[in-house]
Write a protein that binds this ligand. Structure first.
Ligand code: BGC
Length: 775
């Protein structure tokens, strides 16, 4: 075995601006010329952020870097924990904020801006977005994820991916899959049944892969049902490529590789960061031992070469960035991200009037993003206090009191006293509360849903002094708002709003912008109501997803639990009416298409945007299904008094479930409910639709219950005839015992004395019936 070629570290190879203008030879041509050692080397990074170059063949190293809500390009020593500084870049709201926009077009525009910034910095792939489901509200990384609903997460992430990639820059859809907690994230086994994976944890990935073709997918650290994602052939090849048609490259999360050669065989193409040659050595040893086929190595190498080739044109032509325009876009995104949870009319604040007391350190020192690998070094940073003061200058006095020290868990009596005094002297108090940075981060989970006790004490003291309290929240994941929200006249959930969040908050408070955000996750009343209680974050290396399909609103609906604020909720300064629901079956049959149309009217006196949500229910299902599931949504902007008909098309997947016996999606014929409304708990109009679908009874087997045999359209009449007139007929139809008898597997019944059916004939009969009955 010859020594693998040295890794070249020179700038010309790492800066893709230095690429020759003529494209490198085609990937297949390069592959033909590579030695096995060079191939093995190409399957790992050359450092933290670069692929490996093959200088003699003109294959450059390209840079991949975080992401996702801004560029985190480290100029100096690399690390993936956000510890060393990165070049300034626009910090858009993290996914928790962006998801609340429900605005796919906006996410596409944010993606375009991100792509441009990558082009300006010579970055080939932006590592994101992350579309893992928010299974538990305690997941430390929920700020980086979109939603508890796979359709919403998938649609929004697809918009972002399309935007980035339209600029000739790749994305890395992460973390595939079932990476729903930070505790033991590198070793935990997420134990999840296949139907739950297919219906809840996979669809966001699937949607992005199918509709936006991300250049890369990043496998997660964790195991799924005992197998590391980084070496799971079912996950990385059968599902991702076989079922969904992914044709890009799979990269490991940073340090996710366990057994490198198993990963190559399973479909993990690129190991990141570089392992200093260890990965390559294992690959070479496995090939020489005959345990890894060179064809598997070639397939992965080809994908690396394809990625490098795909990135080449963009890297050869750097773009410039208009930082001011990107900041303006970040402001627009932040404005659309905040969710007005409650408002008795105190908002918007008038431009004139008595003093406004702004209280809370977060108004002056914003919390605008989460901690860890996604931490962006913003090009500038707005604070709400400064923006409110600027907006109200000369018309309304704005006082300020810090109220608390976010770094401390201790109440500072002097700070509280100052805040109380400011509140007393003011007409209205805008109180900024939220989670200190240390409460949520990549790498660990949260311990509870509460705001710091010091902040709640401050709220009490301030509200005692002045009941006109508006609270603005800064938090990357759900906090408990009950019972304290009763002390507020308005509550604005700001999530983490990125670098322009301060200006956006001022715009919303003053009514310069009308709130349009909608919750992408439920706010439960208590932590103990959430679906993962007792099964999060697992123990002894395993976390059991016992709640199955029922995460987020699916759980709260199933248990008829009151929630603090439901999925999809968000107020506006105007109101909307819904009329004239029409539900039309465009195509019936096994792959139906249904159009839903509704007229929305702005019934208030301000222009505003409504998010129309369509939920589908399947009350006649033969399997357990959630009470309702979000299957489509659309936004409509309306002037006061204006009406518009909006349409949402529902495809077959909107009605389908994953049939675990047939191992595929199916739409079961019957009646479905179509609910249209402003949140999961604010359904305004509903209709039913009957679809032919498929007859999806599972195949018959000798040990299928007698009742299943009897109900079968082909086998049923045959069995009926066989038992006609025998004692068995009476037993099976008996009003008292019949139910028990019909639950006996037919094969067992054939062994009862006097059975009219022969055991020996059953297997053949089942096979013949299935062949006749199944599509
Ligand atoms: C994170 C990824 C990130 C990578 C590189 C990992 O620890 O899980 O999301 O892209 O580091 O920084």
């Amino acid at each position: 075995m010859s020594t693998p070629p040295a890794v070249h570290d020179d700038d010309a190879l790492h800066s893709d601006r230095a690429l020759p203008s003529d494209r490198p030879a085609s990937p297949t041509e390069v592959l033909r010329q590579l030695t096995l050692e060079e191939k093995a080397d190409l399957l790992g990074g050359s450092d933290f952020w670069h692929t490996t170059a093959v200088e003699r063949l003109g294959v450059p190293a390209v840079m991949v870097t975080d992401g996702p809500h801004g560029l985190r390009k480290q100029d100096g020593e690399g690390d993936h924990l956000g510890l060393t500084a990165s070049v300034p870049a626009t910090c858009f709201p993290p996914a928790a904020g962006l998801a609340s926009t429900w605005d796919v077009d906006l996410l596409t525009r944010v993606g375009e801006a991100l792509g441009r910034e990558c082009r300006a910095e010579g970055v080939a792939v932006l590592l994101g977005p992350g579309v893992n489901m928010k299974r538990s509200p305690l997941c430390g990384r929920n700020f980086e994820y979109f939603s508890e609903d796979p359709l919403l997460a998938g649609e929004l992430a697809a918009g972002l991916v399309r935007g980035v990639q339209s600029q000739g820059v790749g994305t890395s859809l992460k973390h595939f899959a079932a990476n729903n907690q930070e505790t033991q994230r590198m070793t935990i086994s997420a134990d999840v049944d296949e139907r739950t994976l297919r219906e809840i944890y996979f669809p966001a990935f699937e949607r992005v892969v199918r509709t936006a073709q991300p250049w890369t997918v990043m496998c997660s650290y964790n195991k799924i049902n005992g197998v590391y994602a980084s070496q799971d052939p079912w996950l990385l090849t059968d599902v991702l490529r076989g079922d969904w048609g992914f044709d890009g490259l799979v990269v490991s999360d940073w340090g996710a590789v366990d057994v490198r050669e198993d990963g190559v065989r399973a479909g993990l193409d690129l190991e990141m960061p570089g392992s200093g040659g260890l990965g390559a050595q294992r690959i070479l040893e496995a090939v020489s031992a005959g345990t890894l086929a060179e064809a598997d190595v070639d397939r992965a190498v080809l994908r690396v070469l394809n990625l490098v080739r795909r990135a080449a044109p963009g890297l050869a032509e750097p773009l410039t960035v208009d930082a001011a325009a990107h900041h303006a876009l970040a402001r627009e995104a932040a404005t659309a991200s905040a969710v007005l949870l409650r408002n008795d009319g105190v908002l918007p604040l008038a431009a004139t009037g008595g003093p406004v007391a702004v209280v809370g350190e977060f108004a002056r020192t914003p919390r605008f993003q989460g901690a860890g690998s996604s931490q962006v070094n913003p090009t500038r940073l707005d604070d709400a206090l400064g923006c409110l003061r600027a907006e109200l200058a000369g018309s309304r006095e704005v006082t300020f009191a810090a109220g608390y020290d976010p770094q401390s868990e201790e109440t500072d009596a002097a700070l509280v006293a100052e805040a109380v005094e400011a509140a007393r002297a003011a007409e209205v108090v805008v109180l900024f509360l939220g989670l200190p940075a240390s409460y949520e981060s990549e790498g660990y989970d949260r311990e509870h849903l509460n705001l710091p006790a010091t902040q709640l004490e401050l709220l009490d003291a301030v509200a005692d002094a002045n009941p006109n309290v508006v609270v603005v929240l800064s938090n990357g994941s759900v906090v408990a708002v009950e019972p304290w929200q009763e002390r507020t006249r308005a509550l604005l959930e700001g999530w983490l709003l990125g670098q322009a969040g301060g200006a956006a908050t001022a715009d919303l408070l003053l009514g310069r912008a009308n709130p349009s955000g909608r919750l992408a996750e439920t706010l439960p009343v208590h932590y103990l109501d959430n679906p993962t209680v007792g099964a999060f974050p697992g123990e002894l290396g395993h976390v059991r997803y016992g709640e199955g399909l029922l995460i987020g609103y699916r759980w709260y609906d199933a248990h008829a639990l009151r929630v603090a604020h439901p999925f999809g909720h968000g107020l506006s300064y105007t109101t909307f009416g819904y009329t004239d629901l029409e539900v039309d079956v465009v195509t019936d049959g096994p792959v139906p298409v249904v159009d839903v149309r509704v007229t929305v009217t702005n019934t208030g006196d301000r222009e505003g945007t409504e998010t129309v949500q369509v939920y589908v229910s399947d009350p006649e299902a033969s399997v357990q299904r959630p009470e309702q599931e979000l299957r489509g949504f659309t936004r409509v902007h309306l002037a006061p008094g204006a009406s518009q008909q909006v349409a949402v098309r529902l495809d077959a997947r909107a009605f389908a479930f994953w049939h675990s016996v047939l191992g595929r999606w199916t739409v079961e014929g019957g009646e479905f409910g179509v609910r249209v409304g402003a949140s999961s708990r604010d359904v305004r109009l509903a209709a039913t639709v009957r679809l032919t679908g498929e007859d999806v009874r599972p195949p018959l087997a000798p040990d299928s219950e007698v009742g299943e045999w009897l109900a079968h359209p082909v086998a049923g009449p045959v069995l009926r005839e066989a038992i006609a007139g025998t004692g068995f007929e009476g037993m099976l139809d008996d009003p008292h015992n019949g139910q028990m008898m019909r639950a006996i597997p037919l094969v067992r019944l054939t062994r009862f004395p006097g059975s009219p059916v022969e055991e020996s004939s059953l297997a053949e009969r089942a096979a013949a019936t299935n062949a006749q009955a199944q599509p």
